[in-house]
Design a protein around this ligand. Structure first.
Ligand SMILES: Nc1ncnc2c1ncn2[C@@H]1O[C@H](COP(=O)(O)OP(=O)(O)OP(=O)(O)O)[C@@H](O)[C@H]1O
Length: 361
């Protein structure tokens, strides 16, 4: 599996000038609104013709402006999943799925309906019309329909943005299976840090049409600069770690991370298994004395490296061990506690605030 994109395209006053080359199974495009994520996805889908560039999936060239190659969209075998599932209301789930088959050339047909149905857990829904499906079920059927076209690549543009948190959590394991068991590379656009942390092995951060960071998910998202640039409203920390110990009696796991050992809710993973933790800055409190008599399980000593004002709050970067943990605190706390760069503090993280992420590494 390989994705090679080098696209230069001007639309109005905006110019996309981005290059991505990876063999990751799921690549997340991450960035603010207007940074060019959808434009890049459209270039892959053939919905826009780049001014300059080359696009190749698994070595198959779809666009090469130098060689005057431009494969038209209907010949590209691209699977697309959008925010609204766009199922056909008059067809039941089975016929929605087999509709996807019509876009697969006979010679390329490899995907079996039964496999797709099993992968996405939609066997019990086959006879229903879309109106009788929940939002999450519709999304799963939409993914299934895209897979039935035997795509070269799956483009998912904020596929679950309209689902509530519970539905989103419900569908995540299916996307993980698709990533781990499927044969199709996935280009995934999302604003949601938690989703990207959980799913992506590689993140490409875009800002103003340019790639500002690209690489392994934890490396890209942990960097303060990247986090602040990509998700100003929801800063946080991403830590790569490994399972260090289990405490089944307390339903907890101890994870070794560059910031120190942290406890998370029990994970059925072996010792040494890699995990990623996402700690939203709003779930981190700061104390200037070692705290006592509190329920937060994780108290990480560190030193403030930076404070960034954001409206009535401050984003505070705390160097803990080899990592930087972000905390969001009020202006009042900054003044009351005398928080400033160089000040030793303790970062308090509730165990339940941690979101372990599975493989994809
Ligand atoms: N047809 C067009 N003509 C001119 N400008 C356009 C056109 N389509 C998009 N743009 C501009 O290109 C820029 C990138 O848009 P794009 O949709 O790729 O952003 P995005 O990162 O996907 O944003 P969002 O997260 O809001 O979907 C924006 O400034 C947008 O206004």
């Amino acid at each position: 599996m390989s994705i090679e994109l080098a696209v230069r395209h001007r639309q109005g006053t905006f110019t996309l000038d981005a290059a991505v080359s990876t063999d990751a199974r799921l690549v997340a495009l991450f960035g603010r609104s207007g940074s060019g994520k959808t434009t890049l996805v459209k270039a892959v889908a053939g919905l826009i013709r780049p001014d300059e560039g080359r696009i190749a999936i698994d070595g198959e060239v779809l666009v090469d402006t130098n060689a005057r190659v431009f494969v038209p969209p209907h010949r590209r075998r691209i699977g697309m999943v959008f925010q609204d599932a766009r199922l056909f209301p008059h067809l039941d789930v089975r016929r929605n799925l087999t509709y996807g088959r019509m876009f697969s050339p006979r010679a390329a047909r490899r995907t079996r309906l039964d496999d797709v149905v099993d992968l996405l857990g939609i066997g019990h829904l086959l006879g229903r019309r879309p109106e009788a499906l929940s939002g999450g079920e519709k999304s799963r059927v939409a993914i299934g329909r895209a897979l039935m076209s035997d795509p070269r690549i799956l483009l998912m543009d904020e596929p679950f943005a309209s689902l509530d948190e519970a539905r989103r959590q419900e569908i995540m394991p299916y996307v993980e299976r698709l990533r781990d068991e499927g044969r199709v590379p996935i280009l995934y656009v999302s604003h949601a840090v938690g989703e990207v942390v959980r799913l992506a092995s590689v993140v490409v951060a875009l800002a103003d049409g340019k790639v500002t960071a690209a690489g392994p998910t934890d490396a890209v998202l942990s960097r303060l600069g990247a986090a602040a640039a990509t998700s100003p409203s929801d800063p946080g920390t991403v830590l790569a770690g490994t399972v260090a110990a289990h405490d089944e009696a307390e339903s907890l796991c101890e994870i070794a991370t560059p910031a120190g050992r942290v406890m998370v809710p029990f994970l059925p993973l072996p010792i040494g298994a890699p995990v990623r933790l996402h700690i939203p800055a709003r779930d981190v409190m700061l104390a200037v004395e070692p705290p006592r008599g509190i329920s937060a399980l994780n108290v990480l000593p560190g030193v403030i490296s930076r404070l960034d004002p954001d409206g009535g709050a401050f984003d505070v970067a705390v160097r803990c061990g080899e990592a930087t943990i972000m905390a969001r605190v009020t202006r009042r706390s900054v003044v009351a506690l005398g928080l400033e760069p160089g000040r030793p503090v303790h970062a308090l993280v509730k165990a339940v605030a941690l979101h372990p992420a599975g493989s994809g590494l």
